[in-house]
Design a protein around this ligand. Structure first.
Ligand code: ADP
Ligand code: MG
Length: 237
């Protein structure tokens, strides 16, 4: 499997006045193309910081971050914006939908930025909203939908441009256990069907059973890495 993301001895220190917070200490990790990777750890362990660095939303204090052969730590804002637009989709805990737009309009947004024609945008947005089970909610605004439905809209938005990489930060953090299973089935099903690389941040051990690779994060370091259901020469482990 080819690597799509690589972190080499990454450190991230936040300075708050005189105080230093070591959010990430020494992180080295590779994620393969098409892999479903879960970053698991307690609150404050550095998971979101790791995701934000991989997505180029923040710069590392030290180390290298290679995404699709690009050195993310060296790119400027406009290069990063292009990288994200071309290769990356996001799902957030709080959905981050635009309140004044309908489901259809929210999901169409990434295609507007890509310059896709309106009729094609709407056709694609309708298709993917149908795929996430929301064909009867096209014209609903976020406030008119349940949390689970809003997260489905945000998943549709993340996947509409078929990005090679999808980052999800606590995607089920605001959902009940039944809806969590539905949303996880949906997001992992879409990623596997399209051979996309999915990186999920969570503090919920239950979520990790969906992953090919579980990276346990503790106090800004990788504590251990577990590969699920991996077939090796010795057989199934
Ligand atoms: P997690 O997502 O695992 O809960 P975070 O990556 O958000 O953890 O945070 C890791 C550590 O870095 C925490 O101690 C947090 O307080 C600190 N931290 C995160 N972001 C900032 C910031 N912008 N400024 C200062 N400290 C931060
Ligand atoms: Mg977090």
């Amino acid at each position: 499997m080819e690597n799509i993301i690589e972190l080499k001895d990454v450190r991230k220190i936040y300075r708050m006045g005189d105080e230093k917070v070591v959010a990430l200490d020494h992180i080295s990790l590779t994620i393969g193309s098409g892999e479903l990777c879960c970053l698991l750890g307690t609150s404050g362990s550095g998971k979101s910081t790791m995701l934000n660095l991989m997505a180029g939303l923040e710069k590392p204090t030290k180390g290298q971050i290679i995404v699709k052969n690009f050195h993310v730590e060296k790119l400027n804002e406009s290069q990063l914006a292009k990288l994200r637009q071309k290769y990356i989709g996001f799902v957030f805990q709080s959905y981050n939908l635009l309140e004044n737009l309908t489901a259809l309009e929210n999901v169409s947004l990434p295609l507007i930025f890509k310059g896709v024609h309106k009729t094609i945008r709407e056709k694609k947005a309708k298709e993917i909203l149908k795929a996430v089970g929301l064909d009867s909610r096209l014209h609903h605004k976020p406030s008119q939908m349940s949390g689970g439905q809003q997260q489905r809209v945000s998943i549709a938005r993340a996947f509409i441009s078929n990005p090679q990489i999808v980052f999800a930060d606590e995607p089920t953090g605001n959902l009940d256990s039944k809806t969590t299973v539905e949303v996880m089935d949906l997001i992992t099903g879409l990623a596997k069907a399209n051979n996309q690389t999915l990186i999920i941040v969570t503090h919920d051990n239950e979520i990790s059973r969906y992953a090919d690779k579980v990276v346990y994060i503790k106090d800004g370091n990788i504590d251990s890495i577990k590969e699920n259901n991996k077939i090796t020469e010795e057989g199934l482990v």
